[in-house]
Design a protein around this ligand. Structure first.
Ligand code: HEM
Ligand code: HEM
Length: 213
């Protein structure tokens, strides 16, 4: 029996990200959808009370992205990611890494900008209506305008980047017919996980985990 792995072997275990990676990925996507829907619905609402409630939902959903992102980076650093890019051309691998890094950056910057602009408006911030958060910047109307523009610009950039990211995932699934999207879906319960601790030498699964990317 040879130790060399045959990636095309029909009996090879399907690629799968760690359950926590999958859960945090889709939870983050849901939180962003909630934050964006709340702020768009706020624009349509006439009543002041409804507008305030929707803005509070926007802030809470947006703030939850920060711990979700930190948990996600921790899981990726400790558990690793299934190596979904082994069969991809170098260029495609680099683009995917760059897009993921850009998404992480936006996922951190946008909530912090939202938090800072709320401080600049001198609006007290309570996470989930319970936990008072400190101001990030001094109250100042001009600063609030600048932060508001940056927050909006970063948020719309995120939406464009997520669209490109989703189109890429669908391209992999339907055109290249590889396992990249399936590995991120939570529906193959019978499949053994392809994730091994980052850098685990001699991992017995066909494709060992690799650091974030
Ligand atoms: C990933 C998380 C978030 C996303 C995707 C997001 C997205 C957006 C979008 C699309 C808008 C409308 C921009 C426009 O008018 O064109 C907006 C507005 C706003 N967001 Fe966020 N946001 C997030 C997190 C937060 C957080 C955490 C806070 C505060 C703690 C916040 C506070 C605000 C405020 C106050 C506005 C209204 C801007 C103004 O009136 O000056 N956002 N956000
Ligand atoms: C707001 C929405 C989304 C955000 C912010 C986002 C962000 C990310 C990030 C940062 C990664 C890198 C790995 C990780 O941290 O888990 C990733 C991986 C992935 N995402 Fe998303 N994503 C979103 C929505 C989607 C959607 C809608 C799809 C499918 C249509 C999708 C499919 C994937 C796949 C297949 C991977 C794994 C890529 C690989 O193995 O190299 N994502 N996503």
């Amino acid at each position: 029996m040879t130790a060399k792995l045959d990636l095309d072997a029909p009996n090879r275990a399907p690629l799968k990200h760690a359950p926590m990676t999958i859960a945090l990925h889709w939870a983050s996507a849901l939180l962003i959808a909630m934050a964006v829907s709340a702020v768009l619905m706020r624009d349509l609402a006439d009543s002041q009370v409804a507008r305030q409630i929707l803005m509070q939902w926007h802030r809470d959903a947006g703030l939850m992205i920060i711990p979700a992102l930190l948990a996600r980076l921790l899981v990726i650093a400790t558990v690793g990611m299934a190596n979904t890019s082994a069969d991809l051309p170098q260029g495609m691998r680099r683009i995917a890494k760059a897009v993921h890094a850009f998404l992480y950056l936006l996922l951190l910057a946008i909530p912090l900008l939202g938090w800072a602009l709320t401080s600049a408006h001198n609006t007290p911030l309570k996470f989930l209506g319970m936990l008072p958060l400190p101001g990030l910047v001094q109250a100042n109307a001009d600063r609030a305008d600048t932060l508001s523009s940056l927050h909006a610009l970063a948020a719309w950039t995120l939406l464009v980047a997520v669209m490109a990211h989703s189109v890429a995932a669908l391209y992999h699934h339907y055109v290249r017919r590889d396992e990249i999207l399936a590995a991120m879906l939570p529906d193959r319960r019978s499949a053994p996980s392809s994730v091994a601790p980052s850098g685990a030498a001699g991992a017995s699964e066909p494709r060992a985990a690799q650091p974030a990317g």
